[in-house]
Design a protein around this ligand. Structure first.
Ligand code: HEM
Length: 307
């Protein structure tokens, strides 16, 4: 089997997990990782699907590359070196995870946390571009926050908590174009729902999209309308009909992080840049929710007269 050809270097998402900066190493890792993602939503039939076969190979390469780092870091840890990142926490934890368990966890986090958030950012930009009134209101909210700060001052948690319209935009983006269209569950016992029985052991697909785009739940459900969330508290989900992050014991552990990331991204985007679409693009729902061409835009730096 090929050795992972991942020279030393660095990346944003890998940095957060393992203290690596963007560079050649992480760029090679990213390429393999994208192949993993491509295969993620294909039918798992290795004999028929090249994408699936490629993804399995790429997953092995990603795991091997991460294993090398984990091994190196374990040695450093045993020599007493201290680092302040997720890998350090996993190595130091009371659970005594094996290298294999740690690698599996890191791959799972990359898959669960990267594509989801970056796609939702792209979709938010597309919806805002197509809804100029929403974009104007969003800019106003963020310019208000920026006006109270010096040019280089970072956002604080209290700033994040004072972005009510941004939270409406986040909710509405997740509603109209939920990246995870639903979740599988297995019935642990016979379940009766509205006169139907789901027998024990059956697998069920709970479709979020069917609910999020249901006109009985959301008026003009296919229209991007962030203002519909203003009648709610803004930041939280209205109960069981809005579940972009799943629910119950398997609720997405990254749900607040994803919301913060999107809000902070929008803050910097609308206060520093203006943009226009570089090409026509459209929303597709299969095999995953995304824009067909990843919504390329031409970006210009703005004059920040308000700060
Ligand atoms: C817009 C961004 C995101 C969306 C829409 C999303 C959505 C989801 C959904 C629907 C699930 C399944 C929940 C269930 O089975 O009930 C899930 C699971 C998970 N998510 Fe996210 N997620 C996002 C971002 C993130 C981020 C940023 C991370 C971590 C950095 C993350 C980590 C995970 C993990 C580890 C699981 C598996 C949890 C388990 O099986 O117990 N997600 N996510």
């Amino acid at each position: 089997m090929d050795r992972p050809c991942l020279p030393h270097g660095r990346s944003q998402e890998v940095k957060q997990l393992m203290s690596y900066d963007p560079g050649e190493w992480s760029e090679s890792l990213r390429k393999e990782y994208l192949l993993v993602i491509e295969g993620f939503f294909t039918v798992p039939l290795p004999l028929f699907s090249t994408t699936y076969r490629r993804a399995i190979k790429a997953r092995t390469k990603v795991a091997e590359a991460l294993s090398l780092i984990v091994r190196e870091r374990r040695k450093e840890y045993e020599r007493g070196a201290k680092k302040n990142d997720m890998l350090a926490a996993l190595l130091a934890g009371d659970d005594k995870f094996s290298d294999e368990q740690i690698v599996d966890f890191l791959v799972a986090l990359l898959v669960a946390g990267y594509e989801t958030t970056s796609t939702i950012m792209t979709l938010a930009v597309k919806f805002l571009t197509e809804t100029p009134l929403a974009l104007a209101q969003l800019k106003e909210e963020h310019e208000g926050i920026r006006a109270k700060k010096s040019e280089s001052e970072a956002l604080q948690w209290s700033d994040y908590k004072s972005m009510p319209f941004t939270q409406c935009v986040v909710n509405e983006t997740l509603r109209v174009a939920n990246i995870i269209s639903g979740v599988f569950r297995r019935a642990m016992t016979d379940i009766n729902i509205k006169g139907y029985t789901i027998p024990k052991g059956w697998r069920v697909f709970a479709s979020f999209r069917a609910v999020h785009l249901d006109h009985n739940q959301f008026k003009d459900a296919r229209t991007f309308n962030p203002w519909r969330w203003q009648s709610n508290s803004g930041i939280s989900c209205p109960g069981h009909v809005f579940t972009p992050f799943g629910g119950g014991p398997r609720l997405c552990p990254g749900y607040e992080l994803a919301r913060v990331e999107l809000s902070v991204f929008l803050h910097h985007l609308v206060t520093r840049f203006s943009w226009e679409p570089a090409e026509e693009d459209k929303l597709v729902f299969f095999p995953t929710t995304r824009t067909q061409k990843r919504y390329p835009i031409n970006v210009r730096r703005r004059n920040r007269s308000f700060s």
